[in-house]
Design a protein around this ligand. Structure first.
Ligand SMILES: [Zn+2]
Length: 357
């Protein structure tokens, strides 16, 4: 099996620029590629860099309701925002379709045998649901990828690991009643951050009960406690569920210097996180993995964090990148709170999952 890592990028991604003063700017894509180049990532023999094509209407319609897709195209034409923090324009729509197209191309590369792992750069628009957008997201590329693989390659079991600092309410909603998609999300306690949901007790419904796993983390949670939660919840679930592919989404917003979040991961923490994801994919699904890093609202810290994530997927032994300044210490109560949450989750989920009994 090839150890190649497929990566999608297009010059026009930078059109996903939500405007001056908005935390989501298009220069992130330019800056991250420059950083990758400086670090030598793009010249590694493993990396296959590919320009995606725009997603098609039929790709979107496997997830989104027709009326919603029409609405977004109409707003783009009229240059009107979807909501106060989610503007839409022709340029933004063109970039969004290319980013979603990137996710599809990543899935195709993994199932077409071109690569074992893939990185859909700029991906992970997890706040978009079937018939709504919001939180800077218009189309849910994570779900579009899932439905593409289901339709095209008959994939039957997906594990989505959402490590963005925010709960992926859109993705969770789409799969809340679906036992073929195990959604595991580590995020900042929703009482303290957008979108205000994503509690441990929200475990899915009907046939999907037990397949939605939320791990809310108190503000201040740092590398060790974060990785402890990941190893206690994500790893055993992946081993028991045995997905055919792992899709992981999240950018740099759990970093301690991010403007929108209050978790305290370091650059090294992101590298360890990515390493755990890759090792788990190697163990449970023959390495099949698509990573979708898109978020991050501190422009200085975004490139090194995305680099750390990519380096983990590539399988580099170590990275020589430091944080701009030392991280603040984890508040003393965090570990106890997280241990309590994990015990609670295991209690809620043990009926479905033998690993928690
Ligand atoms: Zn986020």
């Amino acid at each position: 099996m090839s150890e190649k890592v497929f990566m999608t990028f297009h010059e026009k991604f930078k059109q996903y620029d939500l405007g001056e003063g908005h935390p989501f700017r298009g220069d992130r894509f330019v800056n991250v590629m420059k950083f990758f180049e400086e670090q030598g990532l793009l010249s590694l023999p493993q990396i296959i860099l590919v320009e995606p094509e725009p997603a098609l209407r039929e790709d979107l319609l496997r997830v989104h309701e027709e009326g919603y897709v029409d609405l977004i195209f109409r707003l783009a034409e009229e240059n009107k925002p979807y909501d106060v923090e989610t503007p839409v324009s022709k340029e933004i729509l063109e970039a969004a379709l290319l980013i979603v197209g990137g996710a599809i191309k990543c899935g195709e590369s993994v199932y077409g045998g071109k690569a074992k792992r893939a990185i859909s750069l700029g991906g992970g628009y997890h706040h978009a649901g079937r018939s709504y957008g919001g939180g800077f997201c218009i189309f849910n590329d994570v779900a579009v990828l899932v439905e593409y693989l289901r339709a095209r390659y008959s994939v039957k079991r997906f594990l989505i690991l959402d490590y963005d600092v925010h709960f992926g309410n859109g993705t969770s909603d789409i799969y809340y009643r679906d036992p073929t998609v195990l959604y595991v999300s580590l995020h900042q306690d929703p009482r303290t951050i957008y979108p205000g949901t994503g509690f441990a007790w929200q475990i899915g419904e009907g046939k999907g009960e037990g397949y939605n796993v939320n791990v809310p983390l108190p503000p201040g949670t740092s590398d060790n406690t974060y990785l402890y939660a990941l190893n206690e919840i994500f790893v055993p679930l992946a081993e028991e569920f045995k997905p055919e592919i792992i899709i992981a989404n999240g950018g740099s917003d759990p970093h301690f210097a991010d403007m929108l979040g209050n978790l305290r991961l370091t650059v090294k923490g992101f590298f360890s996180l990515s390493h755990v994801i890759r090792k788990t994919a190697d163990k449970v699904c023959d390495g099949k993995l698509v990573l979708m890093p898109g978020s991050g609202y501190n422009p200085t810290i975004l490139p090194p964090c995305w680099y750390a994530l990519a380096a983990g997927v590539v399988g580099l032994e170590d990275i020589n990148i430091k944080d701009p300044y030392p991280p603040p210490e984890e508040p003393p109560h965090c570990r106890k709170v997280v241990e309590g949450t994990i015990n609670e989750l295991k209690r809620l989920l043990k009926k479905k999952w033998a690993c928690f009994r």
